[in-house]
Design a protein around this ligand. Structure first.
Ligand code: URA
Length: 361
């Protein structure tokens, strides 16, 4: 165990223990040697996260941000049973930083590709020459060691626990119907939103209402179907309101915290190439971003070794449309620039036509 560099090890260990605990495991078999090492690292003082791997703090609990750990590093077959420590020592608070990544050249205006009306100008035709081959949904993500079947099984377990939703239901401020996620466990891109709204609750599927339809169009511009990505929410239940009707509200910090483990688990299972945090709520909940989403957007943050892009929420883009097409297009252009970065990170080619979509004719 590298005593000179305890913090990353601590994070790896914590992440692994959390995963085991999340899957219902309460006891762990360790060799005497592993047990000794565990005692030593739990005693070690935390140190700052290595400078080349800065991670935004987890928003809800300020706990250390875990990173993935290969199974064989920690668990060793039968010897002595020890109980899993609940929490590792907290590291000092770290500054948010981004993985440096130049912004795409700003376009001078956005055409109507993402408009809610279907203005001509862009082809969303999947048969067009410029359609982008999406990820192969039959294969497990190359970054993950789990097979597709294993991912499906693991996600089904998370879904069951989310359906039970003990912490969320105990709050008494969320509605009853759980809305989990949609898409493929083989996704190379995972998109994380805020909470289901009225349409999502009815259909039990994230992002199917007006904001969802806009998100689906954005994905199309990227060359992706909904079935080729994985879409989930930071809060799995629609936040309740008096005389609610079709009105929706943002989840509170407690409401998000009650579901946060589920979404973290989903991402750990899928291990996509890129995460997209849609809007301030998802960015705060998942990545601990406390600055405004406007200043945070357009950059990659780190979620357990996976680059996570922060961008604007489609609901915000819809609200901008009320200010007229120019104002809305300026905001949509920002999202498109962010999404082109996402495509590049996911290893998807960005065609010249796609780059030009948003340049002046
Ligand atoms: N907004 C979200 O953040 N998530 C949904 O599922 C729908 C709208």
């Amino acid at each position: 165990m590298p005593a000179a560099d305890p913090y990353p090890v601590l994070c790896l260990l914590r992440s692994h223990l959390e995963s085991l605990a999340a899957n219902g495991q309460r006891r762990l078999w360790l060799t005497g040697e592993a047990r000794q090492a565990l005692k030593e690292i739990v005693r070690l003082k935390p140190r700052p996260w290595p400078a080349d791997r800065v991670t935004a703090p987890a928003a809800m609990d300020e706990s250390p941000v875990p990173v993935p750990v290969p199974e064989q590093n920690v668990v060793t077959p039968p010897a002595v049973a020890v109980s899993v420590p609940a929490v590792a020592p907290a590291p000092p608070e770290r500054e948010q930083e981004t993985i440096p990544e130049p912004m795409a050249e700003p376009a001078s205006f956005l055409n109507s590709a993402m408009n809610t009306d279907s203005t001509p100008g862009l082809s969303f035709d999947s048969d067009s020459d410029d359609s982008i081959p999406g990820p192969d949904s039959t294969a497990a993500s190359p970054q993950s060691e789990l097979t597709l079947e294993e991912k499906e099984t693991a996600l089904a377990k998370v879904r069951e626990r989310a359906e039970e939703g003990q912490a969320a239901r105990a709050l008494g401020t969320l509605r009853d119907r759980m809305v989990f996620a949609v898409g493929t466990p083989a996704a190379e891109i995972v998109l994380v939103g805020e909470a289901p709204g009225s349409e999502e609750e009815k259909q039990r599927e994230p992002f199917v209402g007006p904001a969802g339809q806009l998100l689906t169009r954005i994905l199309k511009v990227m060359g992706l179907e909904r079935s080729q990505v994985y879409i989930t929410n930071i809060c799995k239940y629609r936040p309740a309101m008096e005389s609610q009707g079709s009105r929706n509200r943002q989840p509170t910090v407690k409401e998000m915290a009650s579901c946060l483990d589920f979404v973290r688990e989903e991402i750990r299972i899928i291990r996509p190439k890129v995460i997209v945090a849609l809007g301030a709520t998802a960015s705060a909940g998942l990545l601990g971003i406390k600055t405004g989403v406007m200043s945070a957007r357009g950059k990659f943050y780190d979620f357990e070794g996976i680059p996570a892009m922060v961008t604007l929420h489609p609901s915000y883009l819809l609200r901008c449309e009320q200010g007229g097409p120019e104002a809305a297009n300026a905001e949509k252009r920002k999202v498109w620039e962010d999404m082109m970065q996402v495509m590049e990170r996911a290893g998807m080619p960005v065609s010249e036509k796609q780059r030009r979509f948003f340049l002046p004719k």
